[in-house]
Design a protein around this ligand. Structure first.
Ligand code: FE2
Length: 384
């Protein structure tokens, strides 16, 4: 078991009984179950949960898009407005867990959504208990206080300490059922979250320690977990994904994530794949930091040292080699490893990525200042 500040994460196959004990202890007789449309059955989660849910009133919500839209959330809140429940159980990938968090956040305040998204008002989540059973090892949503919501092509991140799940179960049997491309993208998400947290201008000794563990574990175990379905490797990836989630819960993510959302919403790339495509060239860009564009108050030498430390974690002797190794790894996971291989080939597409991906909040977490001109250069290289 991994212990977070306010959330326990269970990694043992036979630990699900703890969920039943928690539901009984707090008399949760009415449950809102938020799941993926197919993964709930295909992952075996339905069978595993059946004995724990027997005798309780259960309402299941599963009809929403992979990258949840505000319109999905409003419709769901309307549909469940007359239903009483004291606990939410989320079973699915990062988006499913995010939808569960958003329901907890807005179930009694659907009229506040726009104000919270515009940062005019702080979110006030309901008191419902929140339990998570991820079906992918990657997003780390089970270990964060963040939830992503799209309004058209605009991505919003809602944050509140009460959105951190009360407990989560990362069970190898459930995680091993996921299709290979989804597992590959999820593994890249965990890896990139570790890297971005490590180089974030908000990093601390605590966050860097979590991120370092996440980077090393994902780098060692992502291939055997995704390609060979090795149970021990899947277990290590579950731990790594959670550590990466804990790390970004402290630092937030940086430029590769900011740009990735536009790749996902406009070109349909899976989230982790989109981040993985952006990471190598932003990594090299960050290493070339100078006094004129450094954003980390610890200075240029510190940022360069951090970039070298990441390369060493990947057993590479230089940042250039490490960036190349990451690109090679994406290929070995069975995914296109350049924007052009993913069908993004021209300047018009790049402009769309920058228009909707240049989020000042997120790119300003990056250790080196990014300009729109600089992003055009990065995208031109990433397309090759
Ligand atoms: Fe992510």
């Amino acid at each position: 078991m991994l212990e977070l500040k306010n959330c326990n994460v269970f990694l043992d196959e036979d630990s699900l009984g703890e969920l039943g004990a928690m539901l009984d202890a707090d008399k949760h007789h009415s449950i809102l179950l938020v799941t993926g449309s197919a993964s709930y059955e295909a992952s075996g989660a339905r069978l595993l949960l059946a004995p724990l849910l027997e005798g309780r009133e259960v309402t299941r919500v599963f009809d929403f898009q992979t990258n949840p839209q505000k319109s999905d959330l409003c419709r769901i809140l309307d549909e469940i407005s007359g239903i009483n429940f004291s606990a939410i159980i989320a079973v699915g990938g990062g988006s499913v867990i995010d939808v569960a968090k958003l329901i907890k956040c807005f179930r009694q305040a659907s009229d506040q959504i726009d104000k919270v998204l515009c940062s005019d008002r702080e979110a006030k989540p309901s008191s419902a208990a929140l339990f998570a059973l991820p079906t992918t090892a990657g997003s780390g949503s089970e270990a964060t206080q963040f939830a992503v919501l799209y309004d058209g092509a605009v991505k919003h991140s809602i944050a509140h300490p009460k959105l951190l799940p009360d407990a989560a179960w990362l069970l190898p049997s459930i995680l091993s059922s996921v299709p290979r491309d989804i597992a590959a993208a999820a593994a890249l998400d965990a890896f990139c979250q570790g890297v971005e947290s490590y180089w974030s201008i908000h990093s601390t000794d605590e966050s860097k320690n979590l991120a370092r563990r996440a980077i090393c574990l994902t780098w060692e175990f992502m291939l055997p977990a995704v390609i060979d379905h090795d149970k021990a490797a899947i277990r290590e990836m579950a731990k790594a994904a959670c550590l990466a989630g804990m790390a970004i819960n402290l630092t937030k993510t940086t430029a590769p994530h900011a740009l990735s959302y536009a790749l996902t919403i406009h070109f349909g790339l899976m989230h982790g794949h989109a981040v993985g495509l952006m990471l190598p060239d932003i990594y090299k860009y960050n290493e070339a930091v100078g006094n004129e564009d450094v954003l980390d108050h610890r200075g240029v030498e510190y940022v360069r040292r951090v970039m070298t430390e990441i390369a060493m974690m990947l057993s590479c002797s230089s940042v250039t080699d490490a960036a190349e190794a990451i690109r090679e790894r994406i290929k070995n996971l069975g995914l296109p490893n350049s924007l052009s291989a993913a069908g993004i080939t021209n300047k018009k597409q790049h402009e769309l990525i920058i228009k909707d991906g240049f989020n000042p909040d997120r790119v300003n977490n990056n250790p080196r200042k990014l300009s729109i001109q600089g992003l055009h250069s990065i995208l031109a290289v990433t397309s090759k």
